[in-house]
Design a protein around this ligand. Structure first.
Ligand code: UGA
Length: 434
């Protein structure tokens, strides 16, 4: 099949390369000429495991030629289906900002006006229920002067890709959700995913666009709430001197609970959980429903960095002293610092007048935009030397392997937010929930 993807961020680039790998002819459209040029030279512009190999194989010189990028929307006319994968950021009140999606839909609609044949547009970005039907489809109809369902199809296909493992998650899905309000659009979406469905036997959920949109929010809300619930329980465990990880291991044996997403500690960050929980909460409140569990999910998450800092306060006064922050990325395996728990941790240290020295294997540069004034060390050991406390924020493997480097600290106080470090003699160790 011939597939176009509008947008080449984390999701757009990953699905473009993966669709090419499944055998489709793929065109990735982006307004940024540098991104387009980079992809056409055979390299991705984002850091994602396995992606450089796929982009090189399908867009690079001597490759299959199945992936190419362009700035021209007209390119969609050479394809059968277009996935709209543009950013959906947050407004100040937490609600979703659809302006990029709307601008993309205007361009797509104008282009569709010249289409001789049927074409299916699929919303890939995370959008609140009703966005496809009530916002995107009317724009497409108005700009193309055509009718959805008669002249072109509209669908919604949420993504469940984790940053860092997006390629693996795409190629091994636990489900494929296809939302459409007409049969032809649904059939086109099926055709796009057929090679993956045949290969993986992943269950396919067929539904309408509103339900597909909600499934994405429900998925992320549930996962965020699960982490917040184990953090709430973990905080109680800590107060009782109980190891929350031992408790989690036991309850995880109940297959109604499962052992996944039961790692308690500093809580969740990243570009999705906070934004999605806020957006679906705002969408509910607009309809005068107050989602109590989702509000508590955020409240518990907000609490964890302060608990980490208060454990530190109980051992050492950091005012005017050097404090090492180990890990800045919102999770290991990515350079993404969006909503990272390191941000409130560093803010708390600054409020206390500490001299912050941060280390992360790949995310320091991105954190410099948030905190240009703190020190960034080139290694964990460089960060730890003469520090009065070390706060463990991200459980990168190399951070879990730190041992004797703690002995170079002025006072070896280690406050672990991710159960990354083993408790041992010679260090003052506090785990957040154990
Ligand atoms: C998440 C979802 O897992 C994906 O399915 C979804 O597609 C994606 O959001 C999205 O909406 O785009 P991601 O944000 O990349 O993916 O990261 P996760 O691996 O889910 O981790 C999220 C946060 O939860 C991290 O900060 C992680 O450290 C934290 N976490 C996760 C815990 O604190 N404990 C756990 O047991 C698991």
């Amino acid at each position: 099949m011939r597939v176009s993807i509008v947008g080449s961020g984390y999701v757009g680039t990953t699905i473009a390369a993966c669709f090419a790998d499944l055998g489709h002819e793929v065109i990735n459209i982006d307004i940024d000429e540098d991104i387009v040029e980079t992809i056409n030279s055979g390299a991705p512009t984002i850091h994602e495991d396995g992606l450089p190999e796929l982009v090189a194989e399908h867009a690079g010189q001597g490759g299959t030629g199945r992936l190419r990028a362009t700035t021209e929307y007209d390119a969609i006319l050479d394809t059968d289906a277009t996935f709209l994968s543009l950013p959906t950021p947050q407004n100040d009140d937490g609600s979703i900002d659809l302006s990029s999606m709307e601008a993309g839909a205007v361009q797509l609609g104008k282009t569709l006006e010249a289409a001789d044949d049927w074409h299916t547009i699929v919303v890939k970005s995370t959008v609140v229920p009703g966005s496809t039907e009530d916002v995107i489809t009317p724009i497409l109809e108005e700009e193309s002067r055509k009718t959805a369902g008669d002249d072109f199809g509209v669908g919604m296909n949420p993504e469940f890709l984790r940053e860092g493992t997006a390629v693996q998650d795409f190629l091994n899905p636990d489900k494929i959700v296809l939302g459409a309000d007409d049969d032809r659009a649904l059939a086109d979406m099926h055709d796009v995913f057929q090679p993956l469905i045949s290969k993986t036997k992943a269950p396919v959920v067929e539904t309408d666009t509103r339900t597909a949109e909600m499934i994405k929010y429900a998925n992320n809300s549930f996962l965020a709430a699960k982490v917040s619930l184990i953090n709430d329980i973990g905080n109680i465990c800590k107060e009782h001197g109980i190891d929350a990880y031992e408790v989690a291991d036991a309850i995880g044996l109940d297959d109604r609970i499962s052992e996944r997403f039961l790692r308690s500690g500093l809580g969740w960050g990243g570009s999705c959980f906070g934004k999605d929980v806020a957006a679906i909460t705002a969408a509910a409140q607009e309809r005068e429903y107050n989602p109590a569990m989702l509000r508590a999910t955020v409240e518990v998450n907000d609490r964890q960095p302060n608990r980490l800092l208060s454990f530190m306060d109980a051992h050492v006064d950091v005012s005017g002293e050097r404090v090492a922050v180990l890990g800045l990325a919102f999770k290991p395996g990515t350079d993404d610092v969006r909503d990272s728990r390191a941000i409130p941790v560093i803010e708390g240290l600054q409020e206390r007048g500490a001299n912050v020295v941060a280390y992360d294997p790949v995310a320091a540069e991105n954190m410099q935009e948030h905190f240009p004034g703190i020190n960034y060390a080139s290694s964990a050991s460089a960060a730890l030397g003469s520090a009065v406390a070390a706060l463990v924020v991200t459980d990168w493997e190399e951070i879990t392997e730190i041992e004797e480097e703690f002995d170079t600290m002025a006072t070896p106080v280690v406050i672990d937010g991710r159960r990354a470090i083993d408790r041992r003699d010679g260090i003052v160790y506090e785990g957040l929930t154990w």
